[in-house]
Design a protein around this ligand. Sequence first.
Ligand code: 5RP
Length: 224
Amino acid sequence: MEEKKIAGIKATEYIENNMIIGLGTGSTAYYMIEKVGELTKLGLNIKAVTTSQGTADLAAKFMIPLISIDEVDSIDLVIDGVDEIDGQFNAIKGGGGALFREKMVANIAKKVIWIMDSSKLVDSIGGFPLPIEILSYGYSHILKELEFLSLHPVLRMRGGVPFVTDNHNYIVDLHIGKSFDIKYVSEKLMTISGVLETGLFLNMCDLIIVGTGYEAKVTENKGR
Ligand code: 5RP
């Protein structure tokens, strides 16, 4: 079985009856959502908050009961993917452009599980371009500021026009490279007017599940 599928299915073992579940976005999350659909069909009683319109459409297809983030005080468990993660559980997310909602959902979660294939484990993050969500208004000036900071910004495009997020904003991918000061960049970015959120998810998970070969390797984050 594919590594992503192994990890996605394994994560559903942590779901309990009557939980509010946060459903992540991406190809690994797909397998988890598909399995959650099967479980709800068999009688599992949960409600799900989604991290993107794509995930909401998928969950609806699998008849998973949905609830809006504003109707819940907290989320019992979030299961989401990552683009890169280091040994200190610092991750880059947002390859699918859903980082803003993914971070909001993770911020109100009691437990966060990240699921992935083995290629996502790295010594240091930054090989994968760091996505950030920015306002479309004045985007050219935001890009100039990011350029000035030597963060090598590239406005994400789709079909010849800027990619637009579910929140009607733009995504900029920062080609920073591996050896950057994670904390400094994270804090600096949030001081720029028009930067709404970054894809840096620093020590925000409780557990990672990595699909390797024929099994799922579960690692607890003891530093949280
Ligand atoms: C979307 C994300 C995804 O979780 C991340 O891109 C991983 O995707 P995949 O499971 O398809 O590799 O952050 O914004």
